[in-house]
Design a protein around this ligand. Sequence first.
Ligand code: AMP
Ligand code: ZN
Length: 114
Amino acid sequence: MSDCLFCKIIAGEIPSKKIYEDEDVFAFYDISPQAPIHFLVIPKKHIPHVMDLKNEDSILMGKMLFQAQKIAKELGLEPNGARFVFNCKESACQTVWHIHLHVLGGRDFGWPPG
Ligand code: AMP
Ligand code: ZN
């Protein structure tokens, strides 16, 4: 999608601190980290938010989550763990409307999230 920030990052039109890329998935560090480690995992396919997912996106979402946990381990987030978050639409303060999985780690998190 031409006016989407994350589509531009995937295309290399906007620079990012890339961690991982394959034919379906792209991962990069968040520009405004909320934890010592904070990265985003996104599909290359432009999907605005979680509520837009179709049955055909199931495998893609699985690939995203698999890569997210793999990167988390590579960055040292085992054995303590991490927080894996999708913000969806206005109520969850989604600001970039291209699905992204936040992975935050390196500190403890409270629950409920507030
Ligand atoms: P959300 O509020 O869930 O939509 O999260 C969007 C995330 O994208 C925020 O954590 C931002 O800090 C992050 N972000 C915005 N612009 C960039 C960028 N150019 N590079 C990396 N992360 C970004
Ligand atoms: Zn996009």
